[in-house]
Design a protein around this ligand. Structure first.
Ligand SMILES: Cc1cc2nc3c(=O)[nH]c(=O)nc-3n(C[C@H](O)[C@H](O)[C@H](O)COP(=O)(O)OP(=O)(O)OC[C@H]3O[C@@H](n4cnc5c(N)ncnc54)[C@H](O)[C@@H]3O)c2cc1C
Length: 365
């Protein structure tokens, strides 16, 4: 212990599945929410990234959504949740009850703009919608997810496109594309969800993917179960490389909805176009396909901009993380990062990270 006054021992940035899971285990290990640890989240409401997902998305459309640790104590489970209601509302509601039940006292809105290292800890700067604020802490847990860092791959002519360019994070409603010619790009369940929603609404829909789609035999994908995706994510994180796309390694489960769409011939992906033109895309055979809109369901990257002052990024393009702990700074932890970027992974990361946080704090006392 250095004697340096800190406002709190632990700051958790982000109150999605990963941040809430860390908070649950910290509390269980004896830390007091709002005092020993402080959670900051920039979202206006509960639900993490789920609160921003599109209206038509329902729980269980593709992947399993795992319960938060301790959610059974509230008599809640995503397995028995309403599957007719928008997932965004169900998750936001369950998380709200969870935060309240466990008294997690999340500060929101609190948009963390930067984290600076100081002697034996950090200064976390955030905007609470009224003005700039700061909190100092001995340990930082980053649980900011990926929703705020949408990824669109570069194609020649991309900037010349005159139609609508929409990423998954901007997609709201199929009605926005009524009667239009739409290109959907991406090989994952988001792209497939959009195709199914647009089927009867858009004028014409063409699906493009960088690689042939692998449809799995499972009805519901448990991202962790037997998946090489987690191993590849873990290897990249441990080597400080940029994380590979999760979609490219998981495959797509054959839920009943997806199987029905395959059977009616909807889910036939074309090889990627070679360039974007002002009013369409150029196909590999040189023909032009006119389109009014391109929907990029091409994934996300970890949102880490606010950590730039800590200089954690490696030359290889990523940050080195093993078991949720930063290799470069033993007081920084990453929840929901890389191999933990699923609801089950986030739960597990919460437990592992909380234990390490307590061990680190004990070593400082
Ligand atoms: C379309 C889509 C569907 C998915 N479906 C599933 C599924 O069915 N099952 C599954 O297991 N996984 C699914 N995933 C993966 C999913 O994102 C994770 O499982 C999990 O919900 C992510 O939790 P998280 O806490 O890591 O991130 P998030 O839920 O994104 O939470 C991060 C939080 O950090 C906050 N934040 C970010 N930056 C800052 C900042 N600078 N300052 C303050 N706060 C900040 C955000 O406001 C947010 O509340 C899906 C992902 C996508 C994109």
């Amino acid at each position: 212990m250095t004697g340096q006054p800190f406002d709190t021992s632990v700051v958790i940035v982000g109150a999605g599945q990963a941040g809430l899971s860390v908070a649950f285990y910290l509390r269980r290990l004896g830390l007091d929410a709002g005092n020993d640890f402080v959670m900051l989240d920039r979202g206006p409401g509960t639900g993490g990234a789920w609160q921003f997902r599109w209206e038509a998305l329902r729980l269980g459309y593709a992947h399993r959504v795992n319960d938060l640790p301790g959610m059974d104590e509230l008599g809640l489970s995503f397995d028995t949740a309403d599957r007719q209601a928008p997932a965004k509302d169900v998750v936001a509601d369950y998380y709200a009850q969870y935060e309240q039940h466990y008294g997690l006292q999340v500060v929101r809105p609190a948009n963390v703009t930067r984290v600076d290292g100081m002697m034996d800890g950090f200064t976390v700067s955030f905007d609470d919608g009224v003005g700039a604020q700061q909190v100092s802490t001995r340990i930082l847990v980053n649980a900011t997810g990926t929703w705020g860092a949408p990824f669109i791959p570069w194609y020649p002519g991309l900037d010349t496109f005159q139609g609508r360019k929409v990423h998954t994070s901007d997609y709201r409603d199929a009605e926005d594309f009524r009667g239009q010619r739409v290109a959907v790009v991406g090989g994952g369940t988001s792209a497939i969800g959009f195709l199914m929603e647009l089927e009867k609404v858009a004028g014409e829909v063409t699906w493009f993917s960088r690689r042939p789609i692998e449809f799995l035999e499972e009805q519901e994908l448990n991202i962790e179960a037997g998946s090489s995706s987690v191993r590849q994510q873990d290897e990249a994180a441990r080597q400080g490389r940029a994380l590979p796309s999760i979609v490219s390694t998981t495959g797509v489960p054959r839920s009943r909805r997806i199987q029905a769409a395959i059977d009616r011939g909807l889910l036939v992906a074309q090889p990627m176009f070679t360039r974007v033109e002002p009013h369409g895309v150029q196909l590999p055979d040189g023909r032009s396909l006119p389109v009014d809109a391109i929907i990029w369901a091409t994934g996300f990257r970890p949102e880490l901009r606010h950590l730039a002052p800590l200089k954690l990024r490696e030359k290889a393009g990523g940050i080195t993380v093993g078991q949720g702990a930063s290799w470069r700074n033993s007081r920084v932890f990453f929840a929901g990062y890389g191999p933990a970027a699923s609801t089950i992974g986030a739960n597990r990361a919460g437990r592992t990270i909380a234990r390490q946080v307590i061990a680190t704090l004990s070593s400082l006392d």
